[in-house]
Each structure stands twice: as structure tokens, then as C-alpha cells.
Design a protein around this ligand. Structure first.
Ligand code: AMP
Ligand code: GLY
Length: 431
């Protein structure tokens, strides 16, 4: 299909990187983005429909004669955007509702992982706060443990409790105060795993599965992995942890068994299969599955992808991924630093005026991926918790990191916070 009209759903840093990948493809004739952002509006045509307005998006895809829709965030997938689009024969990159449960319900995923013997942390499920409190009071004696809200919580519904008091506070936060809303209807309590964490993303059309080069994400808000979990404060790719043996192991023990499990459950899955994996002393263990690209992992994976992204997305949606031999990556290193609003992942202020973006973008190899910004009378302002991804490509990870930090140091806004140790291991050595 030559000259495709493509619709991208979403508005964040991940979508900014996806938009760039779509625009690099010779197949793309025109890119629309719904709802997009002011930054995305500079490279694509914005459509004023919210990412969760599925009926509106379906109408818009029909009216604009869209050839392919790429869904960035999880919420529309969990709400069934791919099912609705299929009713009109509209091609959509992203799983249907049944498959998106992998991210929509941690209990659903845990059940599948157990049933199909895919390695993961031991866990139990609680339906009400009282039972969880009793269990912590009477049974649980090994610390730390991990408490997770069952449903979607923008990467924030996880509490690591180091003692009974913290566990009870976690129960209160998730199930009583409902700080993550309906996601807290059920609670998953999990054994705490230790090791290096890796985001392993694969593309599948339900039959063929192709693994992308993975990224490492920094989830905690402060340096040295301190403070609460966030959606991700920075990432880099490639990682020396990723060897052909590890890839084979994770494909054989995690990705292929999960695809098999989905098929056995009668679920046809087309899109991104994202496994959050902990490399423990006893081998890889699944922490979570997501049904879409990672944010900010995408900002460092897609700039390294040599294979035409639109061809991948199209063939996935059509169920013809077998026609694509393999995925090719540039040998270059990529690293992204997320500039966040002071207070994130807790409450923060918006509308802070930003400066230095042009100077930052002028650093060689650097591009800015806007996550939560807006243009106000010609000036960039903050408009979210994660504000801006400063992404750099380099011939080595050291070069990419140096460039990204040089660029980040040129940007200022009141309350700005970013980690100083992206791509630096705890022992101070590079990745
Ligand atoms: P999740 O949303 O399930 O990926 O959890 C978010 C983050 O919490 C993960 O990326 C890990 O850093 C951490 N985490 C989740 N589950 C565990 C676990 N069982 N043990 C240790 N850390 C965990
Ligand atoms: N960066 C973690 C995620 O996208 O879920």
C-alpha cells in the first residue's frame, strides 16, 4: 500500500517518538494525531478527539479514510479500540480488549503466568482490605513484599513494603483511600524479586513474534533508585546485559509461552507484547506485561530501529508478520533523560515557563520528545508530571549519555527535576 494515511492515538513522549518513526517511513503520505500535543502538531496534523473517545476516533478514522491506526497508550486498548475499529474493517496496531487485559488486570496476567508455567513472583490476591490487613497482621513475616493495585494506574500502583506498618499503609492507599481509583478493587501481594530489570518488547501478529532490542528503564524518581515508582525517569538501549543466550532464554521461557497461552485462551493478539523482566539469581522472572510500547523506552528503541516501522505496524495489524524476516537495529546507543515537574509522581504544578529548548536540541545527536508541554503565546510551558524527554544518540553509550546531559543542562523551568544517574549503574560504572 503506497501513500498511507496514518492515525496515531496519544499525546506523550512515546507518541512523539512513534510519530518520528512513522514519518521516516516512505509508506507514509500523511500523519494525523489524536489528540496530540502542541509539539506533535508541529510534525503531524492534530485531530481534536481524546484518546479515550473511541466512538469519536472510529468516526474520525472513517471520515479521514485512515489506512492504519497506531495506538500509543494502554487505556484505549483496554477499553476496546481495536474491537471497535475491526467492526469497520479499519486496520489497527494494538491488541483487542481481550488481549489488552494483560495490562488491564494484573490478576488476569498472574493467572495466565501460573497456568502456563511462565516464571514470575509468587503472589496472592485479596478482594477486600480487611482480609489483606488480617493476613499482614497474622501471616506475613518475610519482608519486603510488593503490593499492586490490580488495574491501570499509570505505572504508579505499586508499593514496596519493608515492614508490616508499610504494608498496612499500602493496603490503605490502594484499597481504602483508592488512590489509584477502581484499579484498587483487588490487590495483588507479591514476593519481592531482586536483580537487574529489563523491558523486553516484542511485536506479534498472534502467530509470528519478533523481539525488539530491549531497553533499561529507571522507574524510581530519585538517583540510586530511591523514592517512589514513576512511569519512568529515563531509559537507554542497548544494554550489555542482552546476550544472544539471554534473548533465547526469554523468548523460550516467557514470550513464546505467553503467545501460546493467549492462543490457547482463544485470544488473538496483534501488537506489542511488552514483558517487564527481573533478571534474578534464579533466572528471568516476569514482573508485568504491558500491551503497548513503553514510555520512555520507545524514545530509545525506535530511533535505533532500521526496519520500516510502518511496514511492521501494517503487517502486524494484517496478520502477515511472517513476511518480515527479522528486525534490524543500528549499532548506535540511545539514552533518554526525563525532565519532570517538582513533586512528580505526587502532586505538581503546571504552567511553568520553560527555556533553553532550542539550545538543547542543537547538541549533536539530540532530539526532544515532548511528554507534557504546551505552547503559550510562543513559549513552551510545563503541562504534566513528566514534561520532556531529552534523547541522545551516540556512537557509544558514554557519548549518548554525555550528549543527553549536556542538552538537559541547557533547559530550565521552576521546580525541574531529573535523575543524574541515567545509564549509570549503582556501582558508578557505565550501564
Ligand atoms: P509493575 O507495574 O508491575 O511493572 O511494577 C512497577 C515496578 O515495580 C517494576 O518495574 C519494578 O521495578 C517494581 N516491581 C514490581 N513487582 C516487583 C517484584 N515482585 N519485586 C520487586 N520489584 C517489583
Ligand atoms: N516505562 C514503563 C512503562 O512504559 O510501562
Amino acid at each position: 500500500m503506497a501513500g498511507m494515511k496514518i492515525l496515531l492515538v496519544g499525546s506523550g513522549g512515546r507518541e512523539h517518538a512513534i510519530a518520528e518513526a512513522i514519518l521516516r517511513s516512505p509508506r507514509t503520505e500523511r500523519l494525523y494525531v489524536a489528540p496530540g500535543s502542541d509539539a506533535l502538531g508541529q510534525i503531524a496534523t492534530r485531530v481534536d478527539v481524546a484518546a479515550d473517545n473511541i466512538a469519536g476516533l472510529r468516526r474520525c478514522a472513517r471520515d479521514l479514510k485512515i489506512d492504519l491506526t497506531v495506538v500509543g497508550p494502554e487505556a484505549p486498548l483496554v477499553a476496546g479500540i481495536a474491537d471497535e475499529f475491526a467492526k469497520d474493517g479499519l486496520l489497527c496496531f494494538g491488541p483487542k480488549k481481550a488481549g489488552a487485559q494483560l495490562e488491564g488486570s494484573k490478576v488476569f496476567t498472574k493467572t495466565l503466568l501460573r497456568k502456563y508455567h511462565i516464571p514470575t513472583a509468587d503472589s496472592r490476591v485479596f478482594d477486600d482490605a480487611r482480609h489483606a490487613e488480617l493476613w499482614f497482621a497474622e501471616q506475613q513475616s518475610q519482608w519486603p513484599v510488593v503490593l499492586k493495585a490490580d488495574g491501570l494506574a499509570a505505572g504508579k500502583g505499586v508499593v514496596i513494603a519493608h515492614d508490616r506498618r508499610e504494608a498496612l499503609e499500602g493496603v490503605a492507599q490502594i484499597m481504602v483511600r483508592r488512590e489509584f481509583g477502581a484499579a484498587g478493587n483487588r490487590l495483588l501481594v507479591e514476593e519481592c524479586l531482586f536483580g537487574e530489570e529489563l523491558s523486553v518488547l516484542a511485536i506479534t501478529d498472534g502467530k509470528t513474534i519478533l523481539t525488539l532490542e530491549p531497553a533499561r528503564d529507571h522507574k524510581r524518581v530519585f538517583d540510586g533508585d530511591a523514592g517512589p515508582n514513576t512511569g519512568g525517569m529515563g531509559a537507554y538501549s542497548p544494554t550489555p546485559l542482552w546476550t544472544p543466550e539471554l534473548q533465547e532464554d526469554i523468548e523460550a521461557r516467557v514470550l513464546i509461552p505467553m503467545l501460546h497461552a493467549l492462543n490457547r485462551e482463544g485470544i488473538e493478539y496483534r501488537g506489542v507484547l511488552y514483558a517487564g523482566v527481573m533478571l534474578t539469581a534464579n533466572g528471568p522472572r516476569v514482573l508485568e506485561f504491558n500491551c503497548r510500547f513503553g514510555d520512555p523506552e520507545t524514545q530509545v528503541i525506535l530511533p535505533r530501529l532500521k526496519t520500516d516501522f510502518v511496514e511492521i505496524a501494517q503487517k502486524t495489524a494484517e496478520g502477515r508478520l511472517d513476511e518480515l524476516g527479522s528486525l534490524e537495529f543500528l549499532p548506535d546507543a540511545a539514552l533518554v533523560i526525563v525532565l519532570a515537574s517538582g513533586g512528580y509522581p505526587g502532586p505538581f504544578k503546571k504552567g511553568r515557563r520553560m527555556s533553553g529548548l532550542e539550545g538543547a536540541a542543537a547538541v549533536p545527536g539530540v532530539r526532544l520528545h515532548h511528554a507534557g508541554t504546551k505552547l503559550e503565546l510562543g513559549h513552551w510551558q510545563t503541562n504534566g508530571g513528566r514534561v520532556l524527554g531529552v534523547t541522545a544518540i551516540g556512537g557509544s553509550m558514554d557519548e549518548a549519555r554525555h550528549r543527553a546531559y549536556q542538552a538537559a543542562s541547557r533547559i530550565e523551568f521552576e521546580g525541574m527535576h531529573f535523575r543524574r544517574d541515567i545509564g549509570v549503574a549503582r556501582d558508578g560504572m557505565a550501564h
